[in-house]
Each structure stands twice: as C-alpha cells, then as structure tokens.
Design a protein around this ligand. Structure first.
Ligand code: SF4
Length: 380
C-alpha cells in the first residue's frame, strides 16, 4: 500500500533524520536506574541494536546528569532526555544528548516567577549551543491549567492543540526549526483526533506519535495499533514510541512492536476492525522507567489486570503508575488510580486520595473500591 506521507520538514536527531519522508523512526526509553551506568549503557545498546532510532534516558538529579555524561561516552545510541518540571536541567544534559523533550504543561509549576516564554528561550538556547533537536511534548495529563479552564471539561483535545501551537509559534519566532511535536493521550481515539487536528494546522511539523500509558501487552499494543493505523495510514507521523509496561529485560519488545505495526500498515495489513471498546474495563499502566522506586510495580500491574478480570464488562478505567513524579497527576482521569511509592501504593478515586497501602494490602483494597463502583453503576 503506498501511503502519501505529509510533507514534513527534516529534523536531525544525532545520526538519524526524521520527517521529510525519511523512514519512521521507532523510539524507546531505558528503565534502569540512570546512575547504574553499566546497566543503562547495556539497555541503551540493546535498544539501539534492536532498531531504536532514539533512546530516552530519565534524568532527575545532578547525579543522574553526571551519569549521563559517562553513558554518552559508552553508547552510540541517539540519546534524549525529558526535562520534566526542571527546565534548568537543559543546561546540564544538552552537552550529552541529541534531543531534549520539554512538556509545555510542566513549565507552569517550577519557578513560577519566571514566565514560560523565558523558560522556552533558555531551553532553545541550550539546544542551539549543543546541537540538539527538541520535542515539544504535550500530554493530556499535564496540560497548561489556563488552557484547560477555557474549554468545556469534556474537551481535552482543544487545550492540547492550543498549547502545542502556542509553543511552536514561540520556537519559530526564535528562529529554531529543529523540533518535533507530540500530543499524547492514553485513549487511542483522542490520540487520533488530536494529531489529525494538529496536522491540519501545522502539516510541516514532524509528529512523534504515541499512546501514553498504553499498558501491558497485548492490550497496550492493540491500543497503540488502533491509533497508529488511523494516523500513519493517512500519512501522519514521523517517529513513534509504543509505551508498554514490561519488565526491564523485555524493554526491546517496545521496538519490535513499533516496527511490526509500521511494517503492517505499509503492507496494507491494517486491522482497524479491532476497535478498542470503551464500554469495557480499561486498564492503563505506564511503561515504567528509571523513576520506578519499587520493582514490584510491574508485578502489581499484572496482578491488577488479573484480579479485575471479573469486572471486564464494565466501562471502568483503572490507572496504575510507577512513580510519584507523574503518578499523582496522570491518575486523575481514571475511575480508580494507583501510583507507586517506595514502600506504599497510593490509591485514588478520580482526584480524591483514598490512602497509601502496602504492596501486599493494595489488591484487596482496590477490589473493595471496584466492587463499590460496580454496585453504584448497577444501581443507576
Ligand atoms: Fe516513569 Fe513515572 Fe512515567 Fe511510569 S509514571 S513512565 S515510572 S515517569
């Protein structure tokens, strides 16, 4: 099947170019502790060898940034870092990476007195000085609060697009064009809509596609496939990540999944008849990364899936997140949310915290809450 791809501009990320009809690059992320240099280098290399065009490494502290310097020397993978809420980190990581991701929604928390425009200028200056590309990465779980307020509660797409467009305009005005945009959501239908609408307005900007917190295979792959078929099949998308909740040693499966979805789409083997059913139970879980503070998270995500099987015919969303950095915010939209700390798992009913429970106590507690939800649904 010949797909006419959107004519996006080329963006170089280390040794690869994305956009401008270059092959769609598949990305992934290490889940090792960044300061464990040997393990992180080994995982970055494993991902590169499997075909990762870019490998993201989590950096949260000065010590992580120092480790990154050493990792850079030991791998030829194209490396990326996500700044999370700390835009100043750009200065420390830019010398060692090929791409920096910033989330527009995060620029409103850290150092509130500094206008977001100045923070973007700072990041772009670092990227320019150190030959890095940029990803403006908008995520449904952390959109600029002012944008969210402007639109109806059930419209999560327009604030995301407005935020991305505003940042593109500013970055353009700085004369910096080596950037890509991502607009991620955990719901494949939203991912399709938000990316289609963005591509209509800014067709020349390369898009990085992904369904965030897609969960465990096979469901995580199915959700991602649904979104990618609708987008890549229509010429939208220049690089992808399949975010799967997997144990550390199986991370390269993200690359296999991405490559096989792209190959199938290009060969016309699309399965869009498989429509993700939002009248059923939906478990979303993060792909895990070095921020996971208790390895029991992966097992917990699997146990949640197994334990909740009895509720499969209810339209309920349960989110399981691996850390306290993104866990609290990204569980807000789920009916029941769990986010993992070092010794306890925090349970939420939408935005309402229900307490923190030991890893051996959380499943019965979750079941109690789930039964309550089902009882309420049955009564209405
Ligand atoms: Fe990493 Fe936390 Fe995101 Fe999971 S929720 S991928 S552990 S940052």
């Amino acid at each position: 099947m010949t797909i006419k791809r959107n004519q996006t501009r080329p963006v170089r990320i280390g040794s690869i170019i994305i956009g401008d009809n270059h092959p769609i690059a598949v990305q992934s992320m290490t889940a090792t502790k960044t300061q464990d240099i040997d393990a992180t280098v080994a995982q970055a290399e494993a991902l590169r060898e499997r075909g990762a065009g870019v490998v993201r490494i989590a950096v949260d502290s000065d010590k992580d940034a120092e480790a990154l310097g050493e990792i850079r020397k030991q791998t030829t993978a194209n490396l990326a870092v996500d700044l999370q809420e700390n835009f100043r980190l750009a200065e420390k990581v830019a010398p060692f990476v090929d791409k920096i991701r910033y989330n527009p929604g995060h620029l409103y928390h850290h150092m509130r007195d500094t206008p977001w425009q100045d923070k973007v200028r700072f990041i772009i200056q670092q990227a320019t000085d150190h030959d890095c590309a940029i990803r403006i990465g908008v995520n449904c779980g952390s959109v600029d609060p002012a944008k969210k307020e402007k639109y109806a509660k059930d419209d999560s797409v327009t604030p995301m697009i407005e935020s991305a467009l505003e940042h593109c305009e500013l970055v353009d005005s700085l004369g910096f064009f080596r950037y890509v945009v991502s607009l991620k959501d955990s719901d494949p239908k939203q991912v399709v809509e938000v990316n289609k609408r963005f591509a209509q307005t800014r067709p020349e900007v390369p898009l990085h596609l992904g369904v965030t917190e897609a969960g465990m295979p096979p469901e995580g792959i199915i959700k991602t496939r649904i979104a990618f078929e609708q987008l890549i099949g229509k010429g939208i998308g220049d690089t992808v990540r399949v975010s799967l909740t997997l144990p550390n040693n199986r991370k390269p499966e993200e690359i296999d999944a991405g490559k096989s979805i792209i190959d199938d789409i290009h060969a016309g083997r699309v399965r869009s008849v498989v429509v993700f059913d939002d009248t059923k139970l939906n478990i979303i879980s993060c792909p895990s990364c070095s921020r996971v503070e208790n390895e029991a998270f992966i097992e917990l995500a699997a146990s949640v899936k197994e334990m909740t099987e009895y509720a499969k015919d209810y339209a309920i969303t349960i989110a399981v997140m691996g850390c306290r950095v993104n866990g609290p915010g990204e569980t807000d939209d789920a009916d029941l949310g769990l986010w993992c700390g070092p010794a306890k798992v925090n349970l939420k009913r939408r935005t309402e915290p229900l307490g923190a429970f030991g890893y051996d106590e959380i499943l019965p507690k979750l079941k109690e809450e789930l039964d309550l939800l089902i009882a309420n649904k049955s009564a209405t």
